[in-house]
Design a protein around this ligand. Structure first.
Ligand code: Z16
Length: 798
């Protein structure tokens, strides 16, 4: 993008005055950001428009990524970076006497997702545009994002996240592209003049779905795709069949707030309304686009791929069927072939409690026509499979079972591709969780290991590392992330290793400043920064981390002269508001932090920092500062993990169980550049199957475990009477579902070897270097290329 500093300064000054009627020097940070964002959006609208026009002119195949969640993070810097004008704007702002980073922080971070799944969707949007693919997001414009987390007396409390309180400069409301989504009512058959039967919906509640579009700017390639988020509104004119105020309120409620549950299913009516709302709106707008091309319906899958991110958008399948059958007049078989060829599905979890299933009656009442179609898909599926696989297998794969509609079953049967998100996860799906389906449709199953965009997670979050890389290996890695492997040549280069240490120290200092300012805790930037950042969940085992902290604390109390490097344990985690146990662990960690941070007898050998309101923006601050990346879920439970990839890309060394993508990280960095511990997935499976795990025995026989766990119930940690007892019981009395006690010894041993190596700075720096150098394969650019080649069958724009 041709643009110079002088021009920028002029444009910015003008834009600010136009918007606010006074000079930028008088403006607030928010206003300064709004003026900048507004200016930047204006810079790319031309290319945004022409990208769409080119797609239509070339009739290129489009992929639509349907996701209930997107977590883009602040967009100012990523847009500037991808437009190629980040440096220019930074310089211009500085010359205007403005602090660019501060202005950038004036943007609200849109928290329209819970965690990994939503952030993955946003990495994918960035990679789709940046690799030149015609792909767009489809989701919900929640009025309120994921709750803001505060700690009060160590307890999590949730506050509404009103992310639209200031103007959203990036979105464009497209009222003329609105569609109607219908709920309720009855389905009737009616004959027209020639006796042809048509399906009529009567007495439906009609809701207007209004799209808000946000540009997805590709990295220096002129491609600008679209993220379309739908908002529910009351229709005008004939469609406005509402009578009471309550009915109106109901409409507004659909896109009011994001459900705050990560990997946990809650069978709420409003949730399924949200799911149908954005699935239907998305399908309708795709069909409208396809019709402009004036092609035959059989060409629909040649021109369209629709990807459903987890089962949340699965109603896209019967919705596509409905439109093809009822509105376009196709026969069942043709419609079904088109649907299956168009749709593909990603599974993100094997946790049973996360599997979506809806009561038949609920769907029949809310979406009568969709229910009929699901029932017919189910009927045909069973009828077809019985002769081949027998009754038992056929019924085990049924969509409707015991009055429930199983969304994963519908997603698998109604699509041509089912993928897991790391090799181990996909293997478990095929061998265990979805084995029945694997027997029926082996060709549908495939793996697509997750990835991350180094543009955000290195170039934007870690400018110091970016500069060092550029100076050391050149800038090719930015276009071609695998080229970061060139860094390996410098593994014995003292100067580079020291420079790497300096970069890390600088990032640790930056985070330490934040911690001092926001929490009043002083931390030493030369200490080991040991980081666990992810949703709070029992299977992720933050509690194992806690056990290590308590053990270390006890060792130090016994012998204050013990010589190991100082450590700062850094946590960031939100708990689902209804997840009681997760909230108890939050309270526990905060109580331990209070105890240890204020214990002068251990000096600052151990510090604990539990940041409030962890999210994308805080991740950008924490990840570059991390030395150790805690990836300690019970083997077999974490589908992939993606913070593991972000942390390794920033030179943190992984403390890992062989779970999710950790396995592939180990394969890439080699055993000597990672700390691996704990049970393997097969061992866990075998314990579950044989029922021969006895946590109580470990508690009785392992004095270190016993001492640590007793701390939970003997009053040594003030303020956790209830929590300490509950957590103790979950481990000792209820047999420790996630094998913390079993993995304790090997975890502690791995932590001690980390201590020893950290003391050898050269060695540690070399390990950090090798992690960075081997992070290229985890770029979402490659993940997306594999989705494009193997599932979506689309090619980059040349
Ligand atoms: C989610 O973030 C994930 C799974 C799920 O069923 C629901 C939500 Cl909201 C996560 C997985 O836990 C994680 O392992 C994975 O890396 C991520 O999805 C992206 O695939």
């Amino acid at each position: 993008m041709a643009f110079n500093v002088q021009e920028f300064k002029k444009e910015y000054t003008k834009k600010f005055e136009e918007l606010f009627a006074y000079g930028y020097d008088e403006g607030s940070t928010t206003e300064r950001f709004i003026a900048l964002g507004d200016l930047v959006r204006g810079l790319y609208t031309e290319e945004w428009k022409s990208t769409v026009e080119d797609y239509i002119a070339d009739q290129s195949k489009q992929v639509y990524y349907f996701s209930m969640e997107f977590l883009p993070g602040r967009m100012l810097k990523s847009n500037l970076l991808n437009l190629g004008i980040l440096d220019c704007v930074r310089e211009g702002m500085q010359e205007l006497g403005l602090d660019f980073d501060e202005v950038a922080r004036g943007e609200v971070d849109p928290a329209l997702g819970n965690g990994g799944l939503g952030r993955l969707a946003s990495c994918f949007m960035d990679s789709i545009a940046s690799t030149g693919l015609a792909g767009h997001g489809n989701g919900i414009r929640y009025r309120y994002g994921l709750f803001q987390q505060k700690f009060v007396n160590g307890y999590q409390i949730e506050l509404p996240e009103n992310w639209l309180r200031n103007r959203n400069v990036w979105e464009v409301r497209k009222e003329n592209k609105a569609v109607i989504v219908r709920f309720g009512g009855q389905v009737n058959l009616a004959a027209d003049e020639d006796g042809k039967m048509t399906v009529r919906y009567e007495n439906t509640r009609n809701i207007l779905a209004v799209p808000y579009d946000t540009a997805q700017v590709g990295y220096k390639n002129g491609v600008i795709n679209n993220l379309r988020l739908w908002s529910a509104e009351i229709p005008y004119g004939e469609e406005a069949n509402f009578s009471t105020v309550e009915e109106r309120d109901d409409v507004m409620r659909i896109t009011e707030v994001l459900y705050p549950d990560d990997s946990n299913y809650e069978g709420r009516l409003l949730r399924v309304k949200q799911e149908y709302f954005f699935s239907s709106a998305g399908i309708q707008s795709i069909i409208r686009y396809f019709k402009k091309l004036k092609l035959d319906w059989n060409q629909f899958p040649e021109k369209t791929a629709i990807h459903i991110n987890d089962t949340h958008p699965t109603l896209a399948i019967p919705e596509l069927m409905r439109i093809l059958l009822d509105e376009e007049g196709l026969g069942w078989d043709q419609a079904w072939e088109i649907t299956k060829k168009t749709i593909s599905y990603t599974n993100h979890t094997i946790l049973q409690e996360a599997m979506e299933r809806w009561p038949e009656g609920m769907i029949a009442e809310l979406l009568p026509r969709i229910y009929q179609i699901i029932a017919e898909i189910n009927r045909r599926h069973i009828e077809k499979k019985i002769p081949i696989y027998g009754n038992e297998l056929a019924y085990r794969t049924a969509i409707i079972d015991q009055g429930q509609i199983k969304m994963a079953n519908l997603a698998i049967i109604g699509s041509h591709s089912v993928n897991g998100v790391a090799q181990l996860h996909t293997d478990i799906l095929m061998a265990e969780t979805l084995h029945d389906f694997f027997v029926m449709y082996p060709q549908k199953f495939n793996n697509k290991t997750n990835g991350i965009t180094q543009r955000r997670w290195v170039q934007i979050a870690n400018e110091a590392l970016t500069d060092l890389l550029d100076d050391t290996i050149g800038a090719e890695w930015k276009k071609n992330p695998l080229e970061i492997r060139l860094l390996k040549a410098f593994r014995e280069d003292e100067e580079v290793l020291e420079a790497l240490e300096t970069v890390k120290l600088k990032n640790k200092q930056r985070f330490a400043d934040y911690v001092l300012k926001t929490m009043g805790i002083e931390i030493d930037p030369t200490a080991i920064f040991d980081v666990q950042i992810k949703r709070m969940h029992a299977y992720k085992r933050q509690l194992l981390n806690v056990m290590h902290i308590l053990d270390r604390y006890l060792q130090l109390k016994d012998d204050p002269s013990l010589d190991f490097p100082k450590r700062v344990f850094i946590f960031g985690a939100k708990a689902a508001p209804s997840y009681y146990y997760a909230k108890e662990i939050i309270k526990l960690i905060n109580a331990i932090a209070d105890l240890i941070n204020n214990d002068s007898t251990i000096g600052d050998k151990i510090k604990i920092v539990f940041v409030e309101n962890y999210g994308v923006s805080l991740a950008e601050l924490i990840i570059p500062a991390a030395d150790i990346s805690e990836q300690i879920s019970l083997a077999g439970k974490e589908a992939s993990g993606t913070s593991n990839m972000k942390l390794m890309s920033n030179g943190a060394i992984t403390m890992a169980t062989l779970d999710g993508a950790n396995v592939e990280i180990r394969d890439n960095v080699g055993d000597e550049n990672i700390f691996v511990f704990g049970l393997k997935s097969e061992e866990v499976q075998s314990y579950y199957r044989n029922g021969n795990y006895h946590a109580y025995d470990i508690y009785e026989k392992n004095p270190r475990v016993k001492r640590v766990l007793n701390m939970l119930v003997d009053g040594s940690i003030p303020g956790i009477e209830q929590e300490g007892r509950d957590i103790f019981d979950s481990l000792v009395k209820f047999n420790d579902e996630y094998f913390l006690l079993k993995d304790f010894d090997s975890y502690i041993a791995a932590q001690y070897s980390a201590d020893r190596i950290y003391a050898d700075r050269g060695k540690w720096n070399r390990m950090a270097l090798m992690n960075i150098a081997n992070s290229g394969p985890f770029s979402s650019d490659y993940t997306i290329r594999r989705y494009a080649d193997e599932i979506w069958k689309i090619k980059p724009k040349s």
